[in-house]
Design a protein around this ligand. Structure first.
Ligand code: ATP
Ligand code: MG
Length: 359
């Protein structure tokens, strides 16, 4: 393993990708490293003929992944949409890694993203010295993806201003990018496509223009359907992160993970698991991603300041911090939840006490 804090998917799972390529005798779309079947197997995990096991990266409906992969094998681009923390970025990285062997051709969308970041810019020193030339051109990741026939990723597409978004249109429909300054154009090689992500919860973001929307197939990533699914996702990611951060090994603490997940699911749905108590919904996101951070934080507390076992007091502070984002309204919602739900569960009495002690 390379000595970096976070290896790219294609580095971290190089062995699995190689294994899949070896077992993959299905047709590969032009420019693809794997067949659509193998890409799906890489994302969802499973056992290969011969007994080797591929770890699941995404936990969710198989059909959804199949639709996403099939889209990329057509001439349409893929837009992954969903509330925060539903693994949009994660799925996009793994799809790019499996299809092109490279997940790094990435443009991050922000309010300040310029057209140069999407098309190309210039090395001004060279431009002044030599005039416009191919050597003075600074290619965007998208342009490099076109040249290589690879997947380009655009993160948070709708945070980019509308006119910058529209710079994508010719690339996606004509598969060409004119470079008038050099009196030339770049034509995409087979395998070029775009995976964009967008958050459907962000306020104050730009709409996706209808011209662009027509170039994308949209796949909406849902929140995990059941508590079991969500607990499994959190447990797996926490284990991976703990290994990467070299936290002292702690027992998985499945009971605590289940508790964090239950609290978050109840609060974001607005009612208790048995459906009997209606709850105020706090302003924070409380997604799977937040549950992963709360448990990882708790494990660090347990490892460094406790006896190594994840206990209610290790997750309590993280939970309250995630829930109470706005000190007035959220604090009320949390107090109400604590008194009407947490307190009534005898097996949660340690957790109730830990939360009370924080206040
Ligand atoms: N269904 C899932 N399967 C596997 N991992 C998941 C799932 N849902 C969430 N995760 C985990 O949640 C974490 C956060 O996901 P990610 O950053 O991709 O979310 P996002 O949808 O891009 O959020 P944002 O809108 O904030 O950018 C990742 O570590 C991912 O592993
Ligand atoms: Mg994201």
């Amino acid at each position: 393993m390379t000595d970096v804090l976070r290896p790219h998917a294609e580095q971290e799972f190089a062995a699995e990708l190689a294994l899949l390529a070896e077992h993959d005798d299905r047709p590969r779309p032009p420019g693809w490293k794997l067949s659509p079947w193998a890409v799906t197997a890489y994302l969802l995990g499973g056992e290969l003929p011969g007994g080797a096991v591929v770890s699941p990266k995404y936990v969710g409906p198989r059909r959804l992944v199949e639709v996403a992969v099939a889209t990329l094998a057509t001439d349409r681009a893929l837009l992954l949409l969903g509330v925060p923390g539903t693994a949009k970025t994660w799925v996009s990285e793994h799809l790019a890694a499996a299809i092109s062997g490279d997940s790094t051709l990435l443009v991050q969308g922000t309010a300040g993203t310029s057209e140069e970041a999407v098309r190309y810019g210039w090395n001004y020193a060279r431009l002044l010295a030599e005039g416009p030339s191919a050597a003075a051109l600074v290619e965007s990741p998208l342009l490099r993806a076109m040249r290589r026939g690879a997947v380009a990723r655009v993160e948070e597409l709708t945070r980019m201003p509308g006119d910058v978004q529209d710079a994508l249109i010719t690339m996606l429909s004509e598969k060409t990018l004119p470079v008038p300054e050099l009196n030339t154009e770049v034509q995409a090689r087979p395998g070029f496509t775009v995976i964009a992500t967008a958050n459907d919860r962000d306020r104050g973001v730009n709409e996706l223009s209808s011209a662009l929307r027509r170039r994308f197939n949209t796949v909406v990533l849902p929140l995990p359907e059941t508590v079991e699914d969500e607990v499994a996702i959190v447990a797996r990611r926490v284990e991976q992160l703990g290994t990467a951060l070299e936290l002292p090994a702690a027992p998985a603490g499945l009971a605590e993970i289940r508790r964090v997940v239950t609290v978050f699911r109840e609060l974001r749905s607005g009612h208790s698991a048995d459906g009997r108590t209606t709850l105020k919904v706090p302003s924070g996101t409380l997604s799977t991603a937040e549950a992963i951070s709360v448990v990882t934080g708790g494990l660090a507390l347990a490892a460094h300041f406790g006896d190594g076992t994840l206990r209610p007091s290790d997750v309590a502070a993280g939970i309250v911090g995630a829930v109470v984002q706005d000190p007035s309204a959220d604090a009320v919602a949390w107090q109400e939840y604590l008194e009407t739900v947490v307190r009534t569960r005898p097996e949660w009495s340690d957790f109730y006490r830990a939360c009370r002690e924080l206040a």
